[in-house]
Write a protein that binds this ligand. Structure first.
Ligand code: ADP
Ligand code: MG
Ligand code: MG
Length: 247
């Protein structure tokens, strides 16, 4: 479904990704780990088509089509969704209006139908009708922001979901609902690429299914199964790279 070939990416004139190769098949669950600054978010943002990230070499193929230079909108319509590491505040835009717009534009739903769908689904992520009338992420806690990202994912049910540290800055209760919802999306057949520093997000997901990659300095330096997560949790990245431990 997703094929990334020798991807090189520059941000503001600096090369951040230096030859990434990655293949994700239908329904697979991939995990990306790696120290801070290794390029994990850059990879996710590049797959989603963020204009700041310039592909200087290599390509991104999605369902047989070269999307390397497609706009973020086109990619969203093809079924790629990114849940941000730091979900942005959008002053003046109400969540309900925003989500109705997304559903009408991307899913072709009627606004009245989208209205009901949003308010119903919101409850599963512990949002009430009043929350849905707040501005997007304005004054939201870490847990609320990440739950709102998951709400978008559940509503859109993308083909490929990129989750950038869905567990960072999140309270324990939010973590457990987020973990359950990720599992639900996986069980519905959504392909997932999840960036994390911790194994706890996997909750009761069958860890045997995970395909794990470790990034360092803009490259994937190791790929394997969930034993990599256990190793990093136990000994830190030095278990993979040797030398001193890094953040
Ligand atoms: P990670 O998510 O693994 O912590 P990032 O992809 O956020 O790493 O960052 C990788 C490198 O790229 C870092 O050195 C970071 O400073 C740089 N970088 C990422 N995004 C930007 C940006 N928008 N502007 C400038 N530098 C950036
Ligand atoms: Mg980081
Ligand atoms: Mg990051």
């Amino acid at each position: 479904m997703l094929k990334i070939e020798d991807l090189h990416v520059e941000v503001e004139g600096r090369e951040i990704l230096r030859g990434i190769n990655l293949a994700v098949n239908d329904g697979e669950f991939h995990v990306i780990m790696g120290p801070n600054g290794s390029g994990k978010s850059t990879l996710a943002l590049t797959i989603a088509g963020h204009p700041k990230y310039k592909v200087t070499k290599g390509k991104i193929i999605f369902n047989g089509e070269d999307i390397t230079s497609s706009s973020p909108d086109e990619r969203a319509r093809k079924g790629i969704l990114l849940a941000f590491q730091v979900p942005p505040e959008i002053e003046g835009v109400r969540i309900l209006d925003f989500l109705i717009q997304v559903l009408t534009e991307i899913k072709g739903m009627k606004p009245e139908e989208a209205y009901d769908v949003v308010l119903n689904k919101a409850k599963e992520l512990w949002f009430d009708d009043k929350d849905m009338r707040r501005f997007v992420n304005v004054g939201f806690s870490g847990g609320e922001r990440k739950r709102l990202e998951l709400l978008q994912a559940l509503l859109l049910e993308p083909k490929l979901l990129l989750l950038d540290e869905p567990d960072s800055g999140v309270d324990v209760d939010s973590l457990s609902v987020i973990s359950r919802k990720i599992e639900e999306l996986h069980n519905r057949g959504v392909s997932i690429i999840l960036i994390t520093h911790y194994g706890r997000i996997f909750g009761h997901i069958d860890k045997e299914k995970l395909k794990v990659h470790v990034m360092k300095d803009g490259k994937i330096v190791k790929s394997g199964g969930s034993e990599i997560i256990d190793m990093i949790e136990r000994e830190g990245f030095k278990a993979i790279f040797g030398g001193e431990n890094v953040e």
